[in-house]
Design a protein around this ligand. Sequence first.
Ligand code: C5P
Length: 233
Amino acid sequence: MAELLYEGKAKQVYATDKADEYIIHNKDDATAGNGVKHDQFQGKGVLNNTISCIIFDMLEEAGVKTHLIEKINERDVLVKKVEIFALEVIIRNITTGSFCKRLGAPEGVVLEQPIFEMSYKNDDYGDPLINDDHAIAMGLASREEIAFIRQETLKINELLKAFFLELNLKLVDFKIEFGKTEDGEILLADEISPDSCRLWDVETNQKYDKDVFRQDIGDLIETYKAVLARMQK
Ligand code: C5P
């Protein structure tokens, strides 16, 4: 049995016999509100893994460097070992969520320019919003690394927006994570799935993401299956 190195809310990370490769296992857990709301949905890990691998392959083809080596099976991926930056990198294209809650801003406004945000990935402090200077002062990343992450994230936003629009879905906002290899190369890591993106139907604005769980407004598995079905069409 491979050594379990880390267990998060929805994933486990295992060692492999190669020092620079890990296996990520996707669990069926869903959490919201920093783990306050927690449930299990049979098959969620498979759906997330399938969706995320399709998206990472698309991004790789478009020149984005990611941690993904290969999908091993329905739930597991082989990835390059990286040290994850303790940053949640967020892009907003349409206002909603914590942006509206925090600032009292109106919901559903299409932004003229995407908003780039970073949060300090730390559950004990509720993943607080931080700026570049905070991140540098806290030793989370260097100014050059943040500049690269920002540029890469804006590029990923354009690629994802176009990808989802083909599926008749608007990319409202999303969260991604980056990691650094031992050689100092910065790679897109973690996952991209309806857990970490907000997706609204172009015509109806129906939600096709984890908000159906966060807000108790729909069936999570059926919703994620519908996203995958649009991708496989
Ligand atoms: O909650 P908030 O509006 O800040 O979320 C912005 C985006 O980041 C949403 O797409 C949400 O799914 C994602 N997110 C995430 N993990 C977090 C916080 C936000 O995937 N811990």
